[in-house]
Write a protein that binds this ligand. Structure first.
Ligand code: NAD
Length: 285
């Protein structure tokens, strides 16, 4: 069994991005900028935003966080997005999810300018992804694809089973795998007999948010496992969706939690923001 080490790969990617940012600043005079909107006091969301800000600092981006109270109105959020859309020093906009229940999340995500949508959640970018066109791809599945590339894992014709079908993780993951010529199955909460599907997987990708959802009797020998889930166990430790202790013995490769997909997500946010900054600089010439 070999670990797919997202922690070290993300560090390597960050160093490359930091070098590219230096060159880009010299050639264009532009500092890439990321604006983050954080609504409410959710500690996990605040921690993620903090990590993203630190990563921006490490690679030399400008970043700004708009912190807003839990009882914010739809109109105020919409006005802030318009301001960010029109601000030339902002190349990427990230709305930290979830938003409070009084807010129409779909409408908010649709308001982000598609050329600043570094999270890849706007229907314009979702459409480009599903048709195999260049655009912004959601950071978590994009990070998984980088892990496959780094470890020379060929996807063509492989049976890939994606468990979890959210717009952020499962659906874009499945689209990327399909674009890479894999055979893709998507399972979700209403899937009957999950084990029947997971046993078929050459590559099993799990993003659900359920501790020990995948046990060793549910996978075949030498499976490759990507554990995207992040859960807090009773002892306070972060764990994924896979029973790592027992399942890892059967795997050829597996991502650890933490240190697998999580750090790759942040690295891809940086990558997408630099991509946006380069595109904006070109359109200004
Ligand atoms: P979500 O709640 O939006 O979606 C969960 C999906 O899992 C749904 O499609 C649901 O149908 C499916 N599901 C729920 N229970 C199931 C079950 N018993 N069997 C099969 N499918 C089931 O969640 P999300 O935002 O997609 O996040 C999923 C997990 O991924 C969470 O643990 C989250 O913390 C983690 N996550 C990690 C990263 C990262 O960077 N590693 C990024 C985003 C999300």
């Amino acid at each position: 069994m070999q670990l797919l080490d997202g922690k070290s790969l993300s560090k390597k990617i960050e160093l490359t991005i930091a070098d590219e940012v230096k060159e880009f600043k010299v050639s264009s005079g532009v500092v890439p900028g990321l604006a983050v909107m954080l609504v409410g006091q959710d500690p996990a969301s605040a921690a993620y935003v903090g990590m993203k800000k630190k990563a921006c600092d490490r690679v030399g981006f400008y970043s700004v966080t708009h912190e807003m109270p839990e009882d914010i109105s739809q109109e105020t959020i919409e006005n802030t997005i318009s301001m960010m859309n029109n601000n030339p020093s902002i190349d990427g906009i990230l709305i930290q999810l979830p938003l409070p229940p009084q807010i129409d999340e779909t409408k908010i995500l649709e308001l982000v300018a598609p050329n600043k949508d570094v999270d890849g959640f706007h229907p314009f970018n979702v459409g480009r992804l599903t048709t195999g066109l260049d655009g912004f791809v959601p950071c978590t599945p994009l990070g998984v694809m980088e892990l496959f590339k780094e470890y020379d894992i060929d996807l063509k014709g492989k049976n890939c089973v994606v468990v979890g079908a959210s717009n952020i993780v499962g659906k874009p993951m499945a689209a990327l795998l399909l674009n890479a010529d894999a055979t893709v199955e998507i399972c979700h909460i209403f899937t009957d007999d999950l084990k029947k599907h997971t046993l078929d997987a050459d590559i099993l990708l799990v993003g659900v948010g359920a501790i020990n959802l995948i046990t060793d009797d549910m996978v075949k020998q030498d499976v490759i496992i990507i554990d995207i889930g992040i859960n807090r166990a009773d002892n306070g430790k972060l764990v994924g969706d896979v029973d790592f202790k027992n399942v890892s013995n059967k795997c050829s490769y597996i991502t650890p939690v933490p240190g697998g997909v999580g750090p790759m997500t942040i690295a891809m946010l940086l990558k997408n923001t630099l991509k946006a900054a380069k595109a904006h600089a070109k359109s200004r010439i």
